[in-house]
Design a protein. Sequence first.
Length: 414
Amino acid sequence: MIFKSAHYCIFVQNKSGMNTTEQVEKILADTNLSTELQNIAHKVLHGERITFDEGVYLYEHAELGYLGVLANFIREQKHGDKTYFNRNFHLEPTNLCVYDCKFCSYSRLIKQKEEGWALTMEQMLDIVKKYDGEPVTEVHIVGGVLPQYDVAFYSALFTAIKQHRPDLHVKALTPVEYHYIFKKAKIDYATGMRLMKEAGLESIPGGGAEIFHPEIREQIAKDKCTGQQWLDIHEEWHKLGMRSNATMLYGHIEKYWHRVDHMEKLRELQDRTGGFQTFIPLKFRNQHNQMSNVPESSVIEDLRNYAIARIYMDNFDHIKAYWAMISRETAQLSLNYGVDDIDGTLDDTTKIYSMAGAEEQTPAMSTKELVNLIKQVGRKAIERDTLYNVVTDFEHVVFEEEKKPQYYKLPVVN
Ligand code: SF4
């Protein structure tokens, strides 16, 4: 498959015949390109940071082919063909929530509680125990916000999980939950995050960021933590020497400059702490929520967004696409537009994507399927743990059933 855009072709299987440096040099030799795009390409080739205005310019003027060349250059400088995934499962304590975010397809207000679920500590630990003996490395805990899930509850949950299975990495909750439970407990963020760490929390996922700028945040997620509070909680966590991820919910009512403003704030914090591992652009999906009248972004816009994120977020090691959210095919394409991580071998333990109208209604993929998905587009599949330590390099792994000889049994003739 080939995407043609202006003068540039991006082969999905990276078979253009030129290496990534030569592709950028070809752009620089193009006299038809605007001075702004020439300057940005020059900066990328020399490892220089682009400015806020240049980020907005890319969104407003750059074509997909151009962006793909630059993003792929950076991706291959950082990771070569390596593409990461992990084996994890989701634990979603509740889909009931005290908040009412307009884009949320997942939560139910407390007054609609017959449509939701709220698990007890015992039920949650039973879910964890279901994975005993399975080669998962991480439990990803996230859900709605309810008063009964407070500091004491989550501390006890993290401790119980680590006592049961010390090797399972606990990646849990977002600043939305932390802000709520710390406020209720009347403790500051620094104290709260220290308590969570002592209880067994090992990293924070990227959710709850949405769009930081109040102009947008107040329209789509007005009561939960502000953008600044989200950043402050991650900063306190990083100060403890711990790692986290960051997301951006794009493609709804925000303008391009709101996206750049969001990325700029993350880039600034990362300069100070270095605690972020991965940036995850999240596509707004419009089913079953209060923003169903807002059209979704196209696949082209999704790929442009991944590429600009890769170019802008120069101090983030990884750009991740959730295959369960954007479809397997778009996830494969994204690997040529700056993405180097496509998340995990989900086993339908999460409802977050399907309830928002994602193509994958029961998102589940085996390790073999995920590895093949990556290999089909000429990349190398690496299973990682949460902190990007290599668990298995699948370059030379042959799966069991492929070892069997493929032949028909012939009848024995005397
Ligand atoms: S996005 Fe999160 S905080 Fe907002 S309503 Fe949904 S579950 Fe609640």
